[in-house]
Design a binder for this molecule. Structure first.
Ligand code: F6R
Length: 237
C-alpha cells in the first residue's frame, strides 16, 4: 500500500496524474467512480486536464460504486445526477458507457457484478471512506465476500449525508452498493480522505487489524492501493 500525505489540492493533482498515466497506457480503461465531498477536487482537476487536452476519456468506461434506493437519475441527490454534474457532463466520456447502479430496479443487484466482469473488470477504483469505515455503502459488519447488494444505511451514515437533503427524513434508508469483494476485484484502487473528521478512521483502517468491523481495513490485503490523505486526515497516524 502506498500512502501519500499532502494538502487537499496537491493530493487531488497527484491522484489525477494516476488517471493521466492509466489512460495513456490504456485508453479504454474501466474506471470505478465514487461520489461525496472527497472526490470533488479530483474531479475538478480531471475536468481541467481534459479541457487542456492532457487526458482523454473518449474510449473509457465507468462503473460507479453505489446509488440511493428510490432515487432516479433526475433527483438532484441521486449519485447519477452527482456524476453527470460534477464530471461526466464536462469531459469527453461517452455517457452511454458510464454506469451507476439503478436505485429504482433493485431486483437483481448482482447483475451489476456480471456487467463489470463482462466489461473486463475495473482498472482503477476510486473510494472515499465513511467516518465509520464504510467503502461504497458497505457498512461495518458487511462480509468481505459480498457482491453488489442492497443495504440498510446506518443512522451514522444517514446523519452524515443529511447535509445534502432538506431534512434527515428525506435521506433514503437503503442504498445499492458494489460489495467489498466487487471493490477488491479492481486491479488498482485509490482511497482518498480529507479533513479532521476522517482522522480516527484512517488510523483504524491503516494501523488497526483487518476486520469486517472496519470495511476499509480490507484494503490492507489488496496488492495495488494508493491512499491519498490531506494533513488533517493523517494527523493521528
Ligand atoms: C460514495 C461512497 C461513500 C463515500 C463516503 C465518504 O459513492 O461510496 O463511501 O465515499 O461516505 O463521503 P464524503 O466524501 O462525502 O466524506
Amino acid at each position: 500500500m502506498k500512502i501519500i500525505i499532502d494538502s487537499a489540492g496537491k493530493i487531488a493533482a497527484l491522484a489525477a496524474q494516476q488517471y493521466v498515466d492509466l489512460l495513456k497506457r490504456k485508453p479504454n480503461a474501466i474506471l470505478g467512480g465514487a461520489t461525496g465531498s472527497t472526490p470533488l477536487g479530483l474531479y475538478a482537476e480531471l475536468v481541467r486536464l481534459n479541457k487542456a487536452g492532457e487526458i482523454s476519456f473518449k474510449d473509457a468506461s465507468s462503473f460507479n460504486l453505489d446509488e440511493y434506493v428510490g432515487l432516479d437519475g433526475t433527483h438532484d441527490q441521486s449519485y447519477r445526477y452527482f456524476m453527470d454534474h460534477n464530471l461526466f457532463d464536462h469531459i469527453d466520456i461517452d455517457k452511454s458507457r458510464t454506469r451507476v447502479p439503478s436505485g429504482i430496479d433493485v431486483s437483481d443487484p448482482s447483475a451489476y457484478d456480471k456487467e463489470i466482469a463482462a466489461a473486463g473488470g475495473v482498472d482503477l477504483q476510486l473510494l472515499g471512506i465513511g467516518n465509520n469505515g464504510h467503502i461504497g455503502f458497505n457498512e461495518p459488519g458487511t462480509p468481505f465476500g459480498s457482491l453488489t447488494h442492497v443495504v440498510e444505511l446506518t443512522e451514522s451514515t444517514r446523519d452524515a449525508n443529511k447535509r445534502f437533503f432538506k431534512s434527515i427524513d428525506e435521506v433514503p434508508t437503503h442504498a445499492v452498493t458494489m460489495g467489498v469483494k466487487t471493490v477488491m476485484q479492481a486491479r488498482s484502487i485509490i482511497l482518498m480522505a480529507i479533513g479532521p473528521a476522517k482522522a480516527p478512521i484512517m488510523k483504524e483502517m491503516l494501523q488497526g487489524p483487518v476486520t469486517e468491523k472496519v470495511p476499509a481495513s480490507v484494503l490492507q490485503l489488496h496488492p495495488d492501493v494508493t491512499v491519498y490523505m490531506d494533513f488533517e486526515a493523517a494527523k493521528l497516524l
